[in-house]
Design a protein around this ligand. Structure first.
Ligand code: BGC
Length: 345
């Protein structure tokens, strides 16, 4: 396994962005210092051909001008907080509302828009960002390090963070996967989820605090079925968010080991992605808001359902519901979470 670094241009503020390539004889993964984002995941065939199964852009401006979080490290709070308001230590915190009535994915300029410091240490890429107190209204000076390692067919991601004040933290990775490469949609990919519970929505697509069983609903992926069977359903829980955009519950918090959350199969059954994590939930999002209005990699116009995201996370609105695992990070404590994207091909 080797890691190399090259320039990837500059942000509009003139900050240099690096691209790091992690490569072994099976895979080539490209990661940007901007947003600590995964820009490409290339699966290599024995004759050297590469299939890039992660969506993204060919230049910095693509990432700056879009808010779909392509491949990005998302924080400080992945997914939504209704009205952006919650109590911490008896005081109200008001986050920026960048998504209708909600705070989403860290605010107007979340971690996806920040340039991380990069360091290569042996077979690990370390990307670090120091987020100042009250950035996007989150309390505490917080330092986050994202470790990326390529281990055989697995891309391993480790998040470590700490804050000098009590705060909340919920980091995820927002890669858009299409096992066919940069074309078509994922509706006939087959999906299995290792969860039988999801968070209920109200008519506005906001969580109600209730956890429902998937059994007998279009969100029942207890055995493999085509993604389109759920994404195209007119069931109200799905129609209110234009497709699958739901949080699925995993087996509680503080698990010592990584457990599978989801397995995705290409339509021909030749490529498989398994997502493993130690986070308490994960979001499945079928790219319901991509509309082909911009040029992605290789000038691809990514359309609705062009890809699927698996975003391990604390539950959306977990600061609002006592029955949801708490995303509070206490001063001096260390936040640790892991995600593994494993490919079989
Ligand atoms: C959210 C979607 C949102 C998408 C892009 C997903 O994680 O759940 O509702 O549209 O990210 O921002």
């Amino acid at each position: 396994m080797q890691i190399s670094q090259k320039d990837f241009g500059k942000t509009k503020d003139g900050v240099k962005v690096s691209e790091y390539t992690l490569e072994n004889n099976k895979m080539r993964v490209k990661i940007l210092s901007l947003g600590a984002a995964i820009r490409a995941i290339e699966l290599l065939s024995p004759d050297g051909r590469a299939t890039d199964v992660a969506l993204g852009f060919d230049d910095v401006s693509g990432y700056e001008n879009h808010d779909a979080y392509f491949g990005a490290t998302v924080g400080r709070f992945a997914n939504r907080i209704k009205y952006g308001r919650f109590n911490l230590n008896g005081r109200e915190v008001r986050l920026n509302l960048n998504n209708g009535k909600c705070h989403l994915h860290g605010g107007f300029a979340g971690f996806d828009k920040r340039v991380f410091d990069g360091n290569i240490s042996g077979n690990t890429l370390l990307l670090t960002y120091a987020s100042p107190d009250m950035e996007e209204n989150f309390p505490g000076n917080l330092t986050l390090t994202v470790n990326y390692t390529l281990d055989g067919n697995s891309l391993k991601i480790k998040y470590t963070a700490s804050s000098d004040k009590d705060t909340i933290l919920n980091i995820t990775n927002h890669s858009y996967f299409n096992l066919n490469g940069q074309k078509g949609d994922i509706l006939s990919h087959k999906l299995k989820l290792y969860s039988d519970e999801f968070l209920e929505f109200d008519a506005e697509g906001m969580t109600t605090g209730r956890i429902l069983k998937t059994k007998g609903t279009p969100l029942d992926f207890s055995s493999y079925k085509e993604v389109g069977e759920a994404a195209l359903s007119d069931w109200p829980q799905i129609a209110c968010v234009r497709g699958v955009d739901h949080a699925f519950v995993l087996d509680g918090e503080n698990k010592k080991e990584l457990l599978p959350a989801a397995a995705l199969l290409s339509p021909d059954g030749r490529r498989m992605l398994t997502v493993l994590t130690d986070m308490p939930a994960f979001h499945v999002y079928t790219a319901n808001y991509l509309e082909g209005k911009f040029a992605g990699k290789e000038k691809a116009a990514y359309q609705k359902n062009a890809a699927i995201c698996f975003e391990p996370e604390y539950y959306p609105d977990s600061v609002l519901h006592k029955n949801f695992p708490s995303p509070v990070l206490r001063k001096g404590e260390t936040y640790r979470h892991n995600i593994v994207y494993k490919f079989d091909f």
